[in-house]
Design a protein around this ligand. Structure first.
Ligand SMILES: *Cc1c(COP(=O)(O)O)cnc(C)c1O
Length: 360
């Protein structure tokens, strides 16, 4: 295949030979006429299959190096779709440092007796806890918000040896920086709300797999339970993917410049950055300063979410990870002195000046 920037810039192009439209049509029809009894154009009903969504899903599968993709209404609906693959009573081994909403969902599954979960913080803990009873492993890498990278090759090898599936939430790095299926994972999920769409304007989720049986089952489940993304949002998603390489390059360049600057600011104790992507966590010397920092920034907006062209500052303790109990959160390092930055595409010097004003 051509390079990803070429592929993405032209995604959906030439999809309407009748008119030659460069931008792919938005097929808003919920249902499709049958040519005759027992006949179909390939499209019957939009929950099952929609031409605009097809373009997006093929693009996403290619981008992650998978054979099938499902575009869903949010990251959480993508994660929920994946968990429907597994039988009641399944056991999951999960990275401890995790998006709070995923943790909340796993707790709900456990409380209802649908599945059980154990959590690992280090590679040693992973190896110790992995066993024949492990149905699947679910990880974020880098983790959120502590930015620890997990060796996905080693993790996948160990999991496979015991017959466990590997699911990776690839929201933070995107397939342009990490392709988990090539590293051994079976399934990749994304909050498409974040970098992939990148404008803080839609909610979307993605599931991709390279296993054709899992792919079939995911499509079947998506049709059966109905989380599929609407045609209009699929079009916005396609439009956004065309600039993903440009956005991510600029966001990452800004992030690297900000990391260097942060290290010189008097209030900063530690900068957590995995060396790629545009997410940064910052440990402060004094957690008491958090309210004035959040109130003082002018370019960074105090809001949850990430990955958009606009820079955001998030306080995981009270926002994204509020549903992780305080003692648990603090036991693994998610302490009240931590703020998280999602770096946008603004001018790097303006962003650095904004942070310097409140952190130095
Ligand atoms: C935001 C997020 C989710 C949830 O996605 P939504 O689109 O908000 O439903 C899942 N995982 C990670 C890593 C996220 O950042």
């Amino acid at each position: 295949m051509s390079h990803f920037n070429t592929f993405l810039a032209q995604l959906g192009n030439h999809s309407d030979p009748a008119t030659g439209a460069i931008s792919p049509p938005i097929h808003l029809s919920s249902t499709f006429a049958h040519p005759g009894l027992g006949q179909s154009t390939g499209y019957d009903y939009s929950r099952t299959c929609n031409p605009t969504r097809d373009i997006l899903e093929e693009g996403l599968a290619t981008l992650e190096g998978g054979s099938a993709a499902v575009a869903t209404s949010s990251g959480m609906s993508a994660i929920q779709l994946v968990f429907q693959l597994f039988d009641v009573g399944s056991h999951f081994l999960v990275s401890r440092d995790l998006y709070g909403g995923s943790f909340r969902y796993f707790n709900e599954l456990e409380a209802k007796g649908i599945a059980s979960f154990s959590y690992f913080a280090t590679e040693e803990e992973f190896t110790q806890q992995l066993n024949q009873q492990t149905t699947a492993v679910f990880v974020e890498s880098p983790t959120n918000p502590l930015m620890q990278e997990i060796d996905l090759v080693s993790l996948s090898e160990q999991a496979k040896a015991l017959g466990a599936r590997v699911i990776v939430d690839n929201t933070f790095l995107t397939p342009l920086r990490q392709r988990p299926l090539e590293l051994g994972a079976d399934i990749v999920v994304h909050s498409g709300t974040k970098y992939l769409t990148g404008h803080n304007d839609i909610l979307a989720g993605v599931v991709v797999t390279s296993d054709s049986q899992i792919g079939e089952k995911l499509k079947w489940l998506a049709n059966t339970t109905g989380p599929t993304l609407s045609a209009f949002d699929c079009w916005l998603f396609i439009r956004s993917l065309k600039t993903l390489p440009l956005r991510l390059d600029k966001q990452e360049k800004n992030a690297k410049a900000i990391v260097s600057a942060l290290k010189t600011f008097s209030q900063v104790k530690e900068v957590l950055y995995p060396g790629k992507g545009a997410m940064i966590s910052v440990r402060l010397h004094d957690a008491e300063q958090v309210p004035s920092i959040l109130a003082g920034v002018k370019l960074f907006t105090f809001a949850e979410s990430l990955g958009g062209v606009e820079s955001l500052i998030t306080y995981p303790t009270s926002q994204t990870h509020a549903d992780v109990p305080k003692d648990l959160r603090e036991s693994y390092g998610l302490t009240p002195d931590l703020v998280r930055l999602s770096v946008g595409i603004e001018d790097e010097n303006d962003l650095i000046a904004d942070l310097k004003a409140v952190l130095d």
